[in-house]
Design a protein around this ligand. Structure first.
Ligand code: ATP
Ligand code: MG
Length: 296
């Protein structure tokens, strides 16, 4: 059960953006801490900057599924997954309270810094995401909304010595409550098997989302099929079309295609994906090394 935060004091609020039936704010959480001091209980208040994800009041009917997401997030503890502090119900508002991830969404960051992103940087992002999803796979937990905007950046990793550090955000409102149109909008992030029936949501769904995310990362945060109409997006899946593989990272392109297989059981295990990424990373480091040597 997600812990209910009574001490939520989310003012003043800074609006960070809109999500699916949600608004995201930065706020402050006041926590009362108990300390035992020689038999006396002392109370102190600690202030913490947090992110508040507030469900739109017009969608109060889906507060239960919204809190099911919170419940799933409370079961996970991984360095590459956002920490959920708890939930809060305030003036009939349903709120998830999460840690602040400093550099925000990966797609926006990649758009801003596209000239500075190396293949090694992209490999690290892919590897960290695969490790988070492998952890979820081991725990038999489904995320259901893996996409570049739901990857947040805690460290930019552009200074050379330390690489990027990502955190996978919560999936938000479960896809089981989305309308067909909202699901079509999510093509090609949402797995094809979830278009006709959201009951098909499974760990394999996250593999498809991982594949689309790899595509987007290779293309510096570009949104796949962004100029297509809803009808065109639907046709894309109906005709079993494939995304154009990125030429910049050939190795990741291969992995992307294995994940974006229209037959869910044929998608690889995240453990195998991690092994592949490690192997490819070693190879590409090897190549960089060789070319540097030749240049000298
Ligand atoms: P969805 O369920 O569709 O993902 P959402 O409610 O999660 O919707 P997003 O669009 O993912 O909303 O997030 C909105 C914006 O809020 C993002 O662009 C990001 O910049 C910011 N944001 C979300 N979570 C955090 C966080 N933990 N730390 C910092 N910024 C965040
Ligand atoms: Mg999100």
């Amino acid at each position: 059960e997600p812990s209910l935060l009574h001490c939520c004091h989310p003012l003043p609020l800074e609006h960070l953006g809109r999500g699916t039936r949600t608004n995201i704010y930065a706020g402050t959480l006041s926590c009362r801490e108990e300390e035992e001091d020689g038999g006396n209980v002392q109370y102190s208040t600690r202030e913490m900057r947090v992110v508040l994800k507030i469900l739109d009041s017009a969608h109060r009917d889906i507060s239960l599924p919204f809190f099911e997401t919170a419940s799933m997030m409370r079961q996970v503890c991984h360095k590459h997954i956002v920490l959920l502090h708890g939930v809060c119900v305030r003036n009939l508002e349903n709120i998830m309270v999460e840690e602040v991830v400093e550099f925000g969404a990966l797609d926006l960051f990649m758009h801003r810094k596209s000239e500075h992103l190396s293949t090694a940087w992209k490999f690290l992002v892919a590897k960290q995401l695969a490790s988070a999803l492998s952890y979820l796979e081991d725990k038999n937990l489904v995320h259901g909304n893996v996409c570049t905007k739901n990857i947040l950046l805690a460290r930019q990793g552009l200074d050379g010595d330390s690489g990027p550090f990502i955190k996978l955000s919560d999936p938000g409102v479960p896809i089981t409550v989305l309308s067909r149109e909202e699901r079509v909008e999510r093509i090609p992030w949402i797995a094809p098997e979830c278009m006709d029936d959201t009951k098909n949501l499974s760990i394999a769904t996250d593999k498809w989302g991982f594949g689309t995310t790899l595509w987007s990362v290779c293309y510096n945060g570009e949104l796949p099929l962004k100029d297509r109409s809803l009808a065109e997006k639907e046709r894309f899946y109906e005709a079993h079309c494939k995304m154009t593989p990125p030429v910049c990272c050939k190795e990741l392109a291969e992995l992307m295609q294995q994940c974006m297989n229209y037959n869910p059981p044929e998608r690889p295990f995240f453990r195998a994906i991690m092994r592949d990424i490690n192997r490819l990373q070693e190879q590409s480091e090897c190549h960089t090394h060789v070319s540097t040597c030749q240049a000298i």
